[in-house]
Design a protein around this ligand. Structure first.
Ligand SMILES: Cc1ncc(COP(=O)(O)O)c(C=O)c1O
Length: 367
């Protein structure tokens, strides 16, 4: 069987990208907030229904800059169940990550555990909308308001997700997106910060360009994390196809739900009906005692059959040696889920037959 990868990049038709490239070639303006960079910021604000966006060369630099822009000092409460960039961004700002466990039903930070982790040094909460599933923002914001904390959402997975018709990217002080090639919407590498004021947007724009406020003034120690014109053009050309790609992902998810529902020992993660989801991942949990085979055996079996699933997130951030000094306390749910999760292939090109074949391999694995 042909290899089925866990994801596949959304590529605009080459002939639609070419005119952008010809125009860039004739303008000879390749980066530094060029024409297509500005256009992509404008189009993304419209598509995502957010007031301001600042584009970045990747999601990690967007996260690092978001924390920097808020001028934080001290401790940041976050989750061990994420991609390591979430906590790396905290450490790159000389802040201390304080990890708390997740809610086993949503895989997001357990809002009941936030308050007990707050100390006199806490300055912010950095939750992750895991797999694009919205965090309990009302609970998080109530705690943040009570303790005067900033809230920065790692929304790397949450492109286009809405709750009760509202973009979840408007929650908190800042939200960051990743446009990495493995994400639902991509600029090959890329990322963005969503903010709600022009003042903050300008601050972020300065920070991603060495701190330049004008040709003659640098007031902060900025970075170079700009998105170039070629990638911005790629983003514009593919933006036309994103809604269709998400619909195709939804269909793939429906096929999985239908075929997996009667397999004991497998729980597919389902989103609530008031969420407009992007189906960026298709996580399932394997309960070895009922399924009869371990998660890792299933993972290998899929691989041997050319199905490249992903154990995501595994290991937990707190299990990496870079975080051994921060592994305080027990993360019961995070540990359990990390050891039982597999993200099955999902993208806009997966066919009904491929889903059928993947589920057949899962079923065969038990025999
Ligand atoms: C939850 C999360 N945060 C942050 C990032 C970092 O984004 P990027 O790869 O664009 O730097 C990722 C990327 O995989 C992610 O999954």
């Amino acid at each position: 069987m042909k290899k089925i990868t866990v994801t596949s990049p959304l590529l605009p038709p080459l002939e639609e990208l070419t005119p952008y490239l010809e125009d860039i070639w004739s303008r000879k303006w390749l980066t530094n907030s060029g024409y297509y960079h500005q256009q992509l910021e404008y189009e993304l604000c419209k598509y995502l229904d957010v007031p301001y966006i600042s584009l970045f060369s990747n999601g990690t630099l967007a996260l690092i800059t978001a924390l920097q822009a808020l001028e934080l000092k001290g401790e940041v409460i976050t989750t061990p169940y994420s991609f390591v960039a979430t906590s790396h961004a905290i450490k790159w700002n000389n802040l201390k990550p304080v990890f708390i466990d997740i809610d086993p039903n949503t895989f997001n930070i357990d809002t009941n555990k936030i308050e007990e982790a707050i100390t006199a040094n806490t300055c912010a909460i950095l939750p992750v909308h895991v797999y694009g599933n919205p965090c309990d923002h009302d609970a998080i914001q109530a705690i943040a308001d009570k303790h005067n904390l900033k809230v920065i959402y790692d929304a790397a997975h949450a492109f286009g997700v809405r709750k009760n018709g509202q973009s979840i990217l408007n929650m908190g002080d800042l939200s960051i997106l990743s446009f990495h090639a493995t994400k639902t919407y991509s600029t090959i590498e890329g990322g963005a910060i969503v903010c709600d004021s022009l003042e903050m947007k300008e601050k972020l724009d300065h920070l991603k360009n060495f701190g330049f406020e004008s040709e003659a003034e640098i007031s902060t120690c900025g970075m170079n994390s700009k998105l170039n014109e070629v990638q911005a053009a790629f983003g514009l050309a593919s933006l036309k196809y994103i809604s269709d790609a998400i619909k195709k992902r939804e269909k793939v998810a429906e096929h999985y739900y239908e075929r997996l529902k009667n397999i004991s020992g497998i729980t597919a993660f389902e989103v609530e009906s008031h969420i407009d989801f992007n189906y960026s991942y298709f996580p399932i949990l394997i309960d070895e005692s009922t399924f009869g085979v371990s998660r890792d055996r299933l993972f290998e079996e899929l691989k041997e059959n050319n199905v490249l699933a992903r154990r995501y997130f595994f290991p937990l951030i707190t299990d990496f040696s870079a975080y051994k000094d921060y592994n305080k306390g027990k993360f019961v749910h995070s540990e359990k889920i990390s050891k039982s999760v597999i993200c099955l292939p999902i993208h806009h090109e997966i066919t009904h037959n491929q889903v059928k074949e993947i589920v057949r391999i899962i079923q065969e694995c038990r025999k």
